[in-house]
Design a protein around this ligand. Structure first.
Ligand code: FAD
Length: 307
């Protein structure tokens, strides 16, 4: 329960249209699953974001940080925290020479398109990752041999207390789907990317090629949160699942994709419980049959044993 005084403060900071109550998370996640969020606030600039975080901290109110929800499974019962969402309202992009400074809510696709328009190469790898710059920075998102850490030279973040911090890239301590900001619960507010000049024709060709490779392999026509499991060292999650005979395996509306066994998809009306149960069963059977433990890559919110 978020108290009315804090709600009024948040409306004062971000504007009343940017503060919504009882928002279904199924509309804010690519899985299209999840119960209501008590409150969603969408700041539109760095100072608003810092003030929102400071106000929640002072009120003792827990927050969660959200981008485009493309790596999330939210419980059917929803989440009681204040969700601070960095998306459309916080998506400015500025180009200066071969550097781009991008606000956290800009989508990877928008950034890749802006880089293409400016004749800057290096972000093609992320053009098909359906999240934001903030999500990419927190997860060190990667694809087709590229990772966010390869192109980011600095970040502006906010601590849970709402203090602004400028970071050099090395301070982010990026690893596989991991960052210091994620460990510390810091909000990523903007990132500066160092790209390199190249011909727009060559950049577009690489983007088109990667888009085709994704469309060929991934179930993009069905709601999901991408690769469900982290890559176990020395293995491929999808291959382990396939070898365990789980292609197409279903629990309720949740299904191991027929097209790519590394993806769990919402095949229609899936609940978060269905997805959780399916994940647990896949983990159990892969361990039983192949002796390998698999851990979810997808973040889970609102469950008793949150991962
Ligand atoms: C079809 C499909 C394909 C995908 N392919 C890939 C792929 O190739 N490579 C890959 O790495 N991922 C992939 N993903 C997963 C996902 O898109 C990425 O992990 C993405 O970086 C998540 O960004 P987001 O904005 O959606 O984050 P969200 O899902 O909203 O949040 C994910 C995590 O980041 C945190 N977070 C989000 N924004 C901020 C912020 N501004 N500050 C601090 N914390 C924040 C959240 O608290 C949460 O812990 C795929 C997903 C789908 C659905």
């Amino acid at each position: 329960m978020v108290n009315e005084t804090l709600l009024e403060t948040l409306r004062g900071i971000a504007g009343s249209q940017a503060v919504r109550k009882d928002v279904p998370m199924s509309g804010l996640t690519t899985f299209q699953i999840g119960g209501p969020a008590a409150v969603v606030v969408e700041p539109s600039c760095v100072q608003e974001a810092a003030n929102v975080l400071a106000a929640c901290h002072e009120a003792g109110q827990a927050v969660r940080l959200l981008g485009l929800g493309s790596d999330l499974l939210v419980a059917d019962t929803g989440v009681s925290e204040v969700i601070v969402r960095f998306a459309e309202r916080f998506s400015g992009i500025a180009v200066e020479g071969s550097r781009m400074t991008v606000e956290a809510g800009a989508s990877n696709a928008q950034v890749a398109q802006a880089a293409l328009a400016a004749g800057l190469a290096g972000y093609e790898f992320a053009s098909g990752i359906p999240g934001t710059i903030g999500g990419a920075a927190i997860m060190n998102a990667g694809a087709y041999g590229g990772e966010f850490r390869d192109v980011c030279c600095s970040l502006v973040c906010a601590t849970p207390q709402g203090h602004l911090v400028n970071l050099h890239a090395w301070q982010a301590c990026w690893g596989y789907r991991h960052s210091m900001m994620g460990d510390e619960g810091w909000a990523v507010l903007s990132a500066t990317l160092q790209l390199r000049p190249d011909s727009p024709h060559a950049i577009r060709e690489r983007m088109d090629d990667l888009a085709q490779r994704r469309a060929d392999k991934q179930p993009l026509e069905m709601p999901s949160a991408g690769s469900t499991f982290k890559r176990p060292v020395g293995y491929f999650a999808g291959k382990l699942i396939q070898d365990a005979g789980l292609r197409g395996f279903r629990v309720g509306g949740a299904q191991v994709s027929e097209k790519h066994t590394g993806f769990v998809v919402n095949a229609g009306g899936a609940t978060a419980r269905d997805v959780r149960d399916l994940i647990a069963e896949v983990q159990r059977r892969v361990y039983e049959m192949e002796g390998v433990r698999m851990y979810p890559e997808v973040r889970m919110w609102g469950f008793d044993d949150e991962q």
